[in-house]
Design a protein around this ligand. Structure first.
Ligand code: GDG
Length: 483
């Protein structure tokens, strides 16, 4: 094989769809960069700084310049997308095909050949950029579903690298995955990595089963043995949050005061229920609000003593499915408030907006019951954030069993989000639970969240990637391999 080596000088390269900064073009046409908030940036920043590493990603604009920039000790390398690629690669194949397919097909995935072609083209561009920036034998960590072909493309360009891949969303069971016309190409793409990480054990198992069944590779437990002598490990690495940062924020005086103020502005309800989600059809916002509406209608709860605050952060607004969802939720909230609200006492306080981090912390502190009911979710960081903010060991978490977080936050009030009566019962159970029971549950959940934060997640992944031994023949006799 001929390898086109154009080596860079970074010992660690993160490759993600988005850069950790957004390009902001001012009225004067000047470009400035704003650090984009979020767990991934917080998790990876210290590690990248430690390695003097690089981050390759899209800057969120179209046809922008590709000059590298420095931010917070990180070397950032923008990858440009054309307006057509934004439509076909990003909104199309990533968010219109893979996103619904990987989330239990809760919406119908679109299978369009031109979207796929664009996905291949853009993945190649990311791989080439990463290949150019990585030093000899560097670690490269590719993130998420938009870039599943990058590991194999990168390996072809740079066989010396250790390549890791982490999927932030669920990896579907074989029965759903095989709908994808390009299923083999995606599996081959991922197998370019030495280590493929998933949020849950089930995702890793689905992947191993698929490569065995579809591609005929030998596997043993979480290892896959390729004909060329390489071994690929499939492991679960549940992601977490920056617990210390959020705890510090949530106990600060301004946040405590703001939490009080929120409750008083809502008329000092006996129970404040809260939902915080990107406005996405996987998050189960519609059925959750329906369940709450029915509880009011039936008199199990009353607007005099309970209110539901739903923050729905705008998301993917150019995709049809998301516009439809927004309209449906607008209608439902309007109907519930129209039918059941009173002057100064809306049933649902619905906020279609994005808020700064301290306001989120104040909401978490103000809420008696956090309702997290996705139909499917890789992890769901909101559930962990709520727990991190409850330093008095009070409050209740109602949690979907279909969120990755359910594997760890076992003391939550667990629900099947498709079962509206079950959700109503769980909400009432949380509303009526004795404080002692809530404390016991919250204490246990806080212990779990504090014992594994996002830097542990990143360090564990990088630690394992460093140990990856590309050639399995050096460590395993063929007799140990299971077909
Ligand atoms: C994907 C996977 C997986 C939300 N609104 C505001 C705001 N947020 C923050 C939350 C939380 C994050 O956004 C959302 O994270 P989630 O995990 O809940 O969901 P996705 O965006 O779907 O993330 C998911 C995650 O990747 C990580 O691997 O857990 O399963 O789908 O941190 O607090 N933050 C601010 N203002 C808002 O209005 N500041």
């Amino acid at each position: 094989m001929t390898s086109t080596r154009t080596q860079g000088d970074h010992d660690l390269v993160v490759v993600a769809n988005r850069l950790p900064v957004d390009r902001v073009v001012g009225e004067d046409g000047e470009t400035t960069w704003r650090r984009s908030p979020g767990g991934l940036v917080t998790a990876l920043e210290p590690i990248i700084q430690q390695y003097d590493g690089a981050w390759v990603g899209w800057d969120g604009g179209s046809d922008g310049p590709e000059e590298p920039l420095e931010q917070g000790g990180m070397h950032l390398f923008p990858v440009a997308l054309s307006p057509q690629e934004i439509e076909e690669f990003y909104e199309g194949f990533s968010n219109g095909t893979l996103w619904p397919l990987y989330h239990d097909v809760v919406a119908k995935p679109g299978f369009h050949r031109e979207w796929w072609d664009s996905y291949v083209t853009v993945n190649r561009r990311f791989a080439e950029r990463a290949a150019a920036e990585a030093a000899d034998k560097a670690l490269v960590w590719v993130q998420d579903y938009q870039l599943q072909l990058v590991p194999a493309m990168l390996r072809e360009l740079r066989p010396d690298l250790r390549i890791g891949f982490f999927l932030h969303i669920p990896f579907p069971p074989s029965e759903l995955f095989v709908q994808l016309p390009w299923r083999s190409q995606i599996l081959e793409g991922l197998l370019g990595a030495d280590l493929v990480g998933f949020q849950r054990r089930g995702g890793a198992q689905n992947f191993v089963r698929l490569v065995r069944q579809r591609l005929g590779h030998k596997t043993h437990k979480d290892l896959i043995y390729l004909e060329d002598g390489r071994t690929v490990a499939a492991e679960c690495f549940p992601i977490s949050i920056d617990v210390a940062e959020l705890e510090k924020l949530s106990v600060s005086d301004p946040v405590a005061e703001r939490a009080q103020q929120i409750r008083s502005q809502l008329g000092e309800p006996r129970k404040l229920l809260l939902g915080v989600d990107r406005l996405d059809y996987t998050k189960g916002i519609y059925d959750r609000l329906r369940a709450f509406g029915e509880l009011l209608e039936e008199g199990a709860l009353s607007v005099e003593d309970a209110v539901f605050v739903q923050v729905a952060t705008p998301s993917r607004e150019r995709v049809d499915e998301y516009r439809r969802l927004r309209d449906e939720i607008d209608r439902l909230v309007g109907r519930i408030n129209g039918d059941l609200g009173r002057i100064g006492r809306p049933a649902i306080s619905y906020l279609h907006s994005s808020y700064p981090r301290d306001e989120m912390a104040a909401l978490y502190r103000a809420a008696d019951i956090m309702v997290v009911t996705p139909l499917r979710d890789g992890m769901n960081l909101v559930a962990k954030e709520y727990v991190a903010c409850r330093h008095r060991d009070d409050g209740a978490l109602v949690l979907s069993e279909f969120a990755g977080a359910a594997d760890e936050l076992k003391q939550a009030f667990m629900v099947n989000p498709y079962d509206i009566n079950g959700m109503k019962a769980a909400i009432l159970e949380a509303v009526d639970a004795p404080p002692k029971d809530l404390t016991k549950r919250m204490k246990a959940m806080r212990k779990t969240v504090r014992s594994h934060d996002v830097s542990d997640w990143a360090e564990e992944f990088i630690g394992m990637l460093k140990q990856a031994r590309p050639d399995h023949r050096k460590r395993l006799r063929p007799s140990k391999l299971l077909a």
